[in-house]
Design a protein around this ligand. Structure first.
Ligand SMILES: [Zn+2]
Length: 487
């Protein structure tokens, strides 16, 4: 989605959290018995022993201690880690939805206000996360002012626990577009700072030319919004980002790739990295090219823009052709795409003024933090992706890439006791009440999913039992990107 610069009337700038993973004392012990546990080494029949807020043991026939939860017939999965959310101001409702859908860690973008520096915007969000979230939240720092952000700011992001920072190659109209020159300069600084650079890949200049042409023909509304952001604009921006990363040896994470053209660029860049005769990168510090897809691009195609409620599906980049959808699933299956996010937008963005319909305000940006994991499991298994691969892209890989692994995204001794008991024999009909995030709409409504999120534990506490939220405890905290190590 596009960011929005909004005036914040009242905010605090507080200290950066020093120990961002709280030692949560859920004094009780719990044993989950009889399930198939998806561990980093594969799926095994095992029991899981939880001591307080941490996993103590994963073993067959473990000694039963404390409360016993029967998971017979179910899979026990690490709680989902959503790498891409825009929680905006309402992180309470959005993280509640995440919890009910089995996502126990959310990585959200900051939203610096007008007149607020990108660094102050980051610090404000860290402070706001000290209470009220239902699951743990990590932060990616938005860079809305790429011309003025400096190396010191990037170091402060890193020291403050940011998981990454994000640049935009479009949205000149919002004043946040990053030039090619700054892209290279900021990637170089990111390499020096050891921070991951995220890039929103749409070429703003190309879009601007297409929009001017559409406006000259008096086109407004859904179709011109979609048609002025074609896959070529994404392909170009992806190629530019990968080239810049290659020049600077940056770790570059491309958000919400949506087209065959985009994933082909990622494959090409990876193939071209110089390798020795053993297939290892020749450079001691090679560039890394990481790619994300978001759920809606896997589940819907642009046919919905011909339907009766076309504006409900507005998002940037827009939904693509059925061939692009197939390409994204292939890329998810063969490893070209590393992660699946929701791009959950708690508050949608108005269409650019020149494309707005005169009598009707249209918005873009989709909600989906709650639906992400259950929909992905259902659709992915229907397409014969292994459950282990689906867990990798929806939990383990996001945690690993953003410095949270194996504390998050893994079921191993010492990991946080954030887990999901998922019943493959169950069904889930997505209704207004499912994964209620307070946005009032879900494009996933009406879908019948294979499987059911039965129980969800966060920090060792069972907050969802038999599909119902049973404890209204906002125990989530800010989680720093350096918090992944166990100990
Ligand atoms: Zn987004």
């Amino acid at each position: 989605m596009a960011p929005e610069r909004r005036q914040v009337h009242r905010f605090r700038i507080a200290r950066l959290a020093r120990d961002p993973v709280p030692a949560f004392t859920a004094a009780a012990m719990t044993t989950i018995v009889g399930g198939t546990v998806v561990t980093p080494d594969g799926a095994v029949e095992a029991d899981v022993v939880i001591d307080g807020s941490r996993l103590a043991e994963v073993a067959k026939g473990a000694r039963r201690v404390g409360e016993v939860i029967d998971a017979a017939g179910c899979f026990v999965l690490p709680g989902g880690v959503d790498p891409h959310c825009h929680l905006m101001d309402d992180f309470r409702a959005a993280t509640r939805a995440a919890l009910s859908g089995g996502t126990t860690t959310v990585l959200s973008y900051t939203n610096p206000a007008s007149g607020e520096s990108d660094l102050d915007g980051f610090r404000r969000r860290v402070a706001e996360l000290e209470s009220g979230a239902f699951v743990d939240v990590g932060l990616h720092a938005m860079v809305f002012d790429p011309e003025h952000i400096a190396g010191g700011d990037l170091r402060a992001f890193r020291q403050g626990g940011a998981a990454a920072f994000k640049l935009f190659l479009s949205y000149r109209e919002l004043g946040i577009e990053c030039s090619t020159k700054r892209l290279v300069e900021l990637m170089r600084l990111a390499t020096e700072t050891d921070l991951t650079v995220q890039v929103h890949c749409e070429n703003g200049a190309m879009i601007e030319a297409l929009v001017e042409d559409a406006v000259s023909r008096r086109q407004t509304g859904v179709r011109p919004f979609v048609e002025t952001r074609p896959a070529e604009t994404e392909e170009e921006a992806v190629a530019q980002s990968l080239a810049a990363a290659s020049l600077t040896r940056a770790t570059c994470y491309l958000v919400h790739l949506s087209s065959r053209r985009a994933v082909e660029q990622v494959r090409l860049a990876r193939r071209r990295e110089p390798r020795d005769s053993h297939g290892s990168p020749r450079s001691p510090r090679p560039a890394r090219f990481l790619a994300e897809v978001c759920l809606h691009h896997l589940v819907f195609d642009d046919g919905v823009y011909d339907g009766p409620a076309a504006d409900r599906y507005l998002v940037a980049p827009p939904l693509r052709s059925p061939d692009d959808v197939e390409a994204l699933w292939e890329a998810l299956s063969d490893g070209t795409i590393d992660t699946v996010g929701s791009d959950h937008s708690q508050r949608p963005t108005p269409l650019p003024r020149e494309l707005s319909e005169p009598d009707r305000r249209l918005y873009y940006g989709l909600a989906g933090v709650g639906a992400r994991l259950p929909v992905l499991l259902s659709e992915g298994l229907a397409r014969s992706l292994p459950l282990e691969r689906l867990v990798e892209v929806s939990a383990a890989a996001p945690a690993r890439i953003f410095g949270l692994y194996p504390r998050k995204g893994a079921l191993a001794p010492g990991s946080d006791a954030d887990l999901v008991i998922w019943d493959p024999a169950g069904e889930t009909l997505v209704t207004e009440r499912s994964f209620d995030d307070g946005t009032g709409d879900s494009i996933y409504r009406g879908r019948l999913l294979r499987g059911r999120v039965r129980d969800v534990l966060v920090h060792g506490l069972r907050l969802v039992a038999d599909g119902e939220l049973v404890r209204e405890e906002p125990i989530g905290r800010f989680v720093s990107s350096s918090a992944g190590r166990l100990g």
